[in-house]
Design a protein around this ligand. Structure first.
Ligand code: ADP
Ligand code: MG
Length: 213
C-alpha cells in the first residue's frame, strides 16, 4: 500500500473505532456534562460520529477529503458547541493532510491547523476547562517528537500529555461554553469535551497500530 492508501485506511478505521469507544463511554460523558452543563455530550458525540462514518462510507477520495466531509457531517448532525468545534477540527486537519506524506510532520501540521481553528472559533485558552486543555498539550507533544519518528511511535509518545491535560481539567472552573454559567459546579469533574478528545486520540493510536504498526 502506498502512503495515501494507508492514510485512507487509517482515517476510515479511526472513524469506526472512535464511534465504538465513544458509544462505550456515552453515559460517562453524559454524566460529566451533567455536572455543570446539559448532560448531552455523550449523545452529541455519538450522533456526530455516526454521521461522520456514514458520510465517508461511499467516498473514494483521499484521506484529507474524507476528513473534510466527516467534519462537515459531524458538525451538521451533532449540533452543540462541541459539534461545531470538533467538526471544524476534523475539516481543518483534512485540508492539510493530503499536502504531504502520511507521516509525523504532516500529522503535526494537520493537528496544528485544527487546534488553531478550534481556538479561533471557540476563543478558549488553555485553563478554560475545555477540550483545548487536552488537544493543545497533545499537539505540542507531537510537535516535539523527532520529525523522522514513525507516526505510531510519535502518537503514542504524545498521548500521556493529552491524558494529563484532560485530568488537570478536574481542578479547573469552566470559563467557556454552557458550563461557564455554573462555573464552580464543574470543579472536581473532568471536562467532558477534554475527556472525549482523549478517547478520540486513543482510537487513532489503535487505528495506526492496526494499519501501519
Ligand atoms: P453543549 O455545551 O452545546 O451542550 P457538548 O455538551 O456536546 O455541547 O460539549 C461540551 C464541551 O464542548 C465542553 O466540555 C468543552 O470541552 C467544549 N467546549 C464548549 N465550548 C467551547 C469553546 N468555546 N472552546 C472549546 N471547547 C468548548
Ligand atoms: Mg452539553
Amino acid at each position: 500500500m502506498g502512503s495515501s492508501e494507508i492514510a485512507v485506511a487509517v482515517v476510515r478505521r479511526w472513524l469506526a473505532l472512535a464511534l465504538e469507544v465513544i458509544t462505550a463511554h456515552e453515559e460517562e460523558l453524559g454524566r460529566l456534562d451533567a455536572a455543570a452543563g446539559d448532560g448531552d455530550h455523550g449523545a452529541t458525540m455519538v450522533r456526530g460520529l455516526r454521521a461522520a462514518n456514514a458520510a465517508v462510507e461511499k467516498m473514494s477520495d483521499g484521506a484529507g477529503r474524507l476528513l473534510i466531509e466527516a467534519g462537515a457531517a459531524f458538525s451538521d448532525a451533532s449540533g452543540g458547541a462541541s459539534g461545531a468545534l470538533i467538526g471544524a477540527l476534523l475539516s481543518s486537519a483534512g485540508r492539510v493532510l493530503d499536502d504531504g506524506p502520511f507521516d509525523t510532520a504532516t500529522a503535526t501540521k494537520a493537528l496544528q491547523a485544527g487546534l488553531s481553528m478550534v481556538m479561533r472559533l471557540g476563543k478558549a485558552q488553555p485553563g478554560d476547562k475545555t477540550l483545548v486543555d487536552a488537544l493543545k498539550p497533545f499537539v505540542d507533544a507531537l510537535a516535539a517528537q523527532p520529525a523522522d519518528q514513525p507516526l505510531l511511535a510519535a502518537w503514542r509518545a504524545a498521548l500521556p500529555a493529552a491524558q494529563a491535560g484532560a485530568a488537570a481539567t478536574r481542578e479547573m472552573v469552566a470559563k467557556r461554553g454552557r458550563s461557564a454559567k455554573l462555573g464552580e459546579r464543574s470543579l472536581g469533574h473532568a471536562d467532558p469535551g477534554a475527556t472525549s478528545l482523549v478517547y478520540l486520540l486513543q482510537a487513532m493510536e489503535t487505528a495506526l497500530a492496526e494499519e501501519c504498526g
